[in-house]
Design a binder for this molecule. Sequence first.
Ligand SMILES: [Ca+2]
Length: 378
Amino acid sequence: MLIRLFCVLILSAVSALALGQNIVPLTIAQRLDHPWAVAFLPNGHFLVTERAGALRVVTPEGKLGQPIGGLPAIAVGGQGGLLDVVLDSDFLRNRTIYFCYSEPASRGNGNSTALASAQLSADLRQLEGLRILFSQRPKIASQLHFGCRIVESKNAQGQADGKLFLALGERYHQRDDAQTLDNHHGKLIRINKDGTVPADNPFVGRPAALPEIWSFGHRNPQGATLDPQGVLWIHEHGPYGGDEINLPRAGGNYGWPLVSYGRNYDLTAVGDGKSAQAGTEQPLHHWTPSIAPSGMAFVTSEKYGKAWVGNLLVGSLKFTHLARLELERPFAGKVVKETRLLESLGERIRDVRQGPDGFIYVVTDSANGKLIRLAPAP
Ligand SMILES: [Ca+2]
């Protein structure tokens, strides 16, 4: 095992240096079934979701644990399954995790994205105290566009403020729903950690608007994170072109499907073919052709040198790389440089996170999915 890891390290180092990149991908674990997200336990172990409906602990040596018991019913199929997972900021004390997944309808064949909390048992084998905090409405028969990234937000002092953001897709077949507030399709929602609605949400008290909604007009967001100042960033899949990064403000309309920098898959125009319209927010950054973004993290550690601090990393499923975005300093809204990392791996990057050890980790989307640590090149 150690010899194999060493060989991977050397081969990876050669390719990384050949590309002029100062990182070396080191595979920690493989044979994960379409892993979707990785979180970091205080004992150095990893908590990984598999889209097929399993939540597993992975040891630092790469050993996969048995599926953790106590998950709710999950509608596995297409893009649906067990998706994101995050630890509560006070996990050491409360052992709470949050996860999102595609939830089956109690009757019929519909489904939608749901968010749950539970406590992870001390032996890491069981979820206890399961609570469904939020269920996207309405449920429809679709295996597409569940979105599904969770972020615990912070106040201006950098402390957790008791709120969760959840990014939700428009389920593909009902994209016009993203422009109306009587449903959760194509929305970013904000709830308290107990599932109740914060009184200061932007549409609280508006007739026919669902009070969990924070922003709307989203297509299929699969990346969300806080920047070092605590500001929420998300990205979303465009159609044929037009993937976007947005900074969702309270009550903002992010345009889908009225405006887009992409086209429909049949190459017809989205809406009237406009990319901007009064009353809709412009993306901070967009990609055409689509990279199919998933996962998102800011680098705050100096493990990769000072030039990386403050960079934004975004996984690409379609072009199998990790996008490194350098932002103007001081930041006023512009990406100044974009570099493709890890292209030689040929892996669909599903999630990217910075661990508490300061290293960057990615998971790759395949039937032999991998958990990979990016080590600084020697
Ligand atoms: Ca948009």
